[in-house]
Design a protein around this ligand. Structure first.
Ligand code: GTP
Ligand code: MG
Length: 554
């Protein structure tokens, strides 16, 4: 679905966000009034409740919505109905009831097609068969009224960024806001992600009633895109041990927890593959550092990664969620940088020696810490209250202030999004990756504790580097692209006072790229040290080279 926005509408949105931001700034320290901020736990809890009240029904076409609404209404009051169509011709209707008991009675009344080879499963994924005896007159009455809360206009398919109207907006800041608006995970996408988690939770409930399945990563950390993968984790639903209870469940003694995790993954893989509807292309990745089952949920049209226990990653999602909601500029900046990296192939969906979206997000957050727009993690740790204390089963301390509205906030930095985008590229284009490690905990660089081409201290497990996978070639490519991006924006703003975000996503001209790579290789060869991008910026001959390339490009 294509959306276009008038400049006026975009400006209103921008102004609204700026106003909101001002409210935050001036209401400062007592501010329970960080009004738009919803606590992560509350957000997760509400979305889980919503998924418990919902079913996803496959229908033959959009025209069946009325019929389905009428049928489902027999089981209770319906709160919301969403229709969407996946690539191909499959139509789905997500129906949310006011009450969970309605879902239970609907599922009690639902049936399955007899097949001796298949063990029947009860899940929130159903299909609606046509009613041969249906009277047309009855249906048409409902069609005429059409008064149920039917929600359309939300896409499940990631829009092509060339079609969202970026080139209709002059201001780069507005383009960044439009990019966010059109590509961020929407309400229906979030609902379906929680329903996907609930399908696994329900399937395991019989044997593991103490477990819950939670989405983590970009599905919930506020940086998710329509179509990003769903990261799921099976967790203990009991958050703290009940120390007053004298009766304790017997458990299995496990000699090697990694082997056990790997076996759990194998079994879960079988369960998904053999029994759970919609789960296809199941792969058990049991040798990975965090063993997972990868699968595709065909009713939702997204890829899923299911882990057995990864409590730290859930806490990491909350930390990123807090930052994502801290200031109105954080999310558009992260989205633009992630989109830039995707479009110029710095990131890749398959894991490898390149930079990941997670590392990129941390780099943007680190830059915003330098700009004093968001706090360092130490500040959040120091301000933590009793109910913020979280120690994971693996003993990792994930204690930090959860309610960011309690933080004394004096954000003096009034830079606009376009200034920050350019600032990000310039900051890292001249960053000394050779000696510096990036610590979001302190909000500053520290000396690298060990050699790695890119070193970003894991904010929750500070002895680990989250970007250990990245090769020096990829860091070099990253630097070149940063420098090119800074130059592209800077020169365009200087010459025309406007910038088309799509130009940024074109990346390097191949000829120019090979020329600069050649230059760098040449300089490295002729010196005993690695040439930094800063050297290239400072070098007169390089400036001349830039001028020559600028001319060529023009
Ligand atoms: P996209 O899926 O690309 O939209 O972003 P994502 O943040 O969900 O990334 P991904 O699916 O790769 O990872 C999911 C979550 O796992 C991240 O948000 C992190 O919390 C965590 N994670 C990913 N990569 C690493 C890593 O290298 N180290 C650590 N400690 N955690 C990671
Ligand atoms: Mg993810």
């Amino acid at each position: 679905m294509n959306k276009t926005y008038s400049l006026r509408r975009l400006c209103n949105l921008h102004e609204h966000l700026i106003k909101q931001h001002r409210v935050i700034r001036y209401k400062s320290n007592t501010s329970n009034e960080l009004n738009s901020f919803v606590l992560y736990d509350k957000f997760i809890c509400e979305r889980r409740s919503q998924s418990k009240c919902s079913v996803l029904v496959q229908v033959s076409s959009e025209n069946s919505c009325s019929d389905l609404h009428s049928y489902c209404s027999k089981f209770g009051s319906i709160k919301n109905i969403f229709h969407y169509q996946l690539a191909g011709s499959n139509h789905f209707v997500l129906t949310e009831f006011e009450d969970q008991s309605s879902v239970n009675s609907l599922l009690d009344q639902s049936t399955h097609i007899k097949d001796s080879n298949v063990i029947a499963v009860r899940s929130p994924f159903l299909w609606f068969r046509s009613n041969a005896s249906k009277k047309n007159s009855k249906l048409s009455v409902i069609d005429n009224k059409f008064n149920f809360p039917f929600q359309a206009n939300q896409t499940m398919i990631e829009p092509n960024i060339k079609d969202i109207g970026l080139n209709k907006l002059d201001s780069l800041s507005n383009q960044m806001l439009l990019l966010l608006k059109c590509t961020q995970l929407n309400d229906i996408g979030t609902r379906l992600r929680f329903l996907t988690a609930m399908q696994i939770e329900n399937a395991l409930k019989g044997i593991f009633p103490l477990s819950k399945v939670l989405p983590f990563g970009s599905s919930v950390n506020s940086f998710g895109k329509i179509g990003s993968d769903i990261d799921l984790v099976i967790m203990d639903s009991q958050t703290t041990e009940n120390e007053t209870s004298r009766l304790i469940y017997h458990g299995k003694c496990v000699s090697n927890s990694r082997t056990q995790t790997q076996r759990n993954i194998e079994i879960l893989g079988d369960l998904l593959q053999l029994f759970l509807p919609g789960c296809s292309r199941v792969k058990r990745i049991s040798q990975a550092r965090v063993p997972i089952v990868k699968y595709s949920q065909d009713f939702i049209g997204v890829e899923c990664d299911l882990a057995v226990s990864n409590e730290t990653a859930v806490n990491m999602s909350e930390l990123l969620y807090i930052f994502g909601n801290f200031d109105y500029r954080v999310r558009p900046l992260v989205f633009t940088v992630k989109m830039w990296a995707k479009e110029i192939n710095l990131t890749n969906d398959t894991p490898g020696r390149w930079i990941t979206n997670f590392s990129l997000t941390l780099l943007v957050l680190f830059y915003l810490q330098q700009e004093k727009i968001i706090p360092d993690i130490q500040t959040l740790v120091k301000q933590a209250r009793n109910n913020d204390v979280r120690i994971t089963n693996e003993g990792i301390n994930c204690t930090f202030l959860r309610d960011a509205s309690k933080l004394h906030r004096v954000v003096e930095n009034k830079k606009t999004l376009d200034q920050l985008l350019l600032g990000f590229f310039e900051y890292f284009a001249s960053f000394d990756f050779n000696t510096n490690a990036i610590s979001l905990n302190f909000g500053k660089t520290i000396n690298k504790p060990e050699y790695s081409a890119l070193y970003i201290v894991n904010p929750l497990e500070v002895h680990f580097n989250v970007s250990k996978n990245i090769s020096s070639e990829e860091v070099e490519r990253f630097r070149i692209e940063l420098r090119n991006a800074a130059w592209t924006i800077d020169s365009s703003l200087m010459n025309t006072n406007s910038f088309n975000l799509l130009d940024l996503f074109k990346g390097f001209d191949v000829n120019k790229k090979s020329q600069i790579v050649f230059d760098i290789q040449h300089q490295i060869k002729n010196s005993n040290r690695l040439v930094t991008v800063k050297d290239l910026f400072d070098d007169d001959s390089q400036t001349q080279e830039d001028t020559r390339l600028n001319k060529q490009l023009k």
